[in-house]
Design a binder for this molecule. Structure first.
Ligand SMILES: *[C@@H]1O[C@H](CO)[C@@H](O)[C@H](O)[C@H]1NC(C)=O
Ligand SMILES: *[C@@H]1O[C@H](CO)[C@@H](O)[C@H](O)[C@H]1NC(C)=O
Ligand SMILES: *[C@@H]1O[C@H](CO)[C@@H](O)[C@H](O)[C@H]1NC(C)=O
Ligand SMILES: *[C@@H]1O[C@H](CO)[C@@H](O)[C@H](O)[C@H]1NC(C)=O
Ligand SMILES: *[C@@H]1O[C@H](CO)[C@@H](O)[C@H](O)[C@H]1NC(C)=O
Length: 140
């Protein structure tokens, strides 16, 4: 009974403290926005040299970040690494407030079922793993 009462007060203390802390101690400029990707979802298949979309949530963009532009990188998960191709972004300088970006899947990608995309605002969020497969019909 006492233990339960004690943990109740601890829980109340921390829930109040946790809610108050970001507001009172964190300067607005330090709020980091990392967009949550809603597509591609796990198991989606993209075909090289065709158009694809990446979409993300915009409901959680802070007001002062409404004009932030995004950077979209392709990678693949292997050996506990995201192996991001930082030299060939899929898209860049697009408005994050739009919630989606369309681009052409590069024609020279090889088949993998462990591709990911990472979408950067201030910080990056990775998608689940998905597949890219060559467009066999247009290969010589
Ligand atoms: C990407 O999304 C836009 C906006 O919804 C849509 O107009 C376009 O057709 C989509 N492209 C693909 C490849 O799905
Ligand atoms: C975003 O851009 C618009 C148009 O340039 C501008 O009016 C607005 O103040 C900007 N918002 C922020 C938060 O920088
Ligand atoms: C993963 O690590 C193994 C062993 O070091 C290596 O042979 C393999 O090429 C690595 N794979 C990738 C995709 O980097
Ligand atoms: C695809 O082509 C670009 C040049 O257009 C090259 O820099 C890149 O390394 C190629 N990617 C792969 C996976 O071969
Ligand atoms: C291309 O060929 C590979 C190997 O046969 C196959 O796994 C893949 O699904 C094919 N891609 C398309 C778009 O049909």
């Amino acid at each position: 009974m006492h233990a339960a009462l004690f943990s109740f007060f601890v829980a109340v203390f921390f829930s109040v403290f946790a809610r108050a802390a970001p507001v009172t101690t964190q300067p607005v400029e330090l709020l980091v926005f990392s967009p949550t990707i809603t597509s591609p979802t796990a198991g989606i298949v993209w075909i090289t040299n065709t158009k694809a979309n990446v979409t993300w949530l915009t409901s959680n963009i802070p007001a002062e970040k409404q004009n932030t532009t995004g950077l979209l990188l392709l990678g693949y998960e292997a050996n506990d690494s995201e192996n991001l191709d930082i030299y060939h972004p899929l898209a860049s300088q697009f408005p994050l407030a739009q919630g989606w970006v369309e681009f052409t899947v590069p024609s020279n990608l090889t088949y993998k079922n462990n591709y990911i995309v990472v979408l950067f605002g201030d910080s990056g969020n990775a998608s689940p793993q998905f597949t890219i497969t060559p467009n066999n019909a247009t290969q010589s």
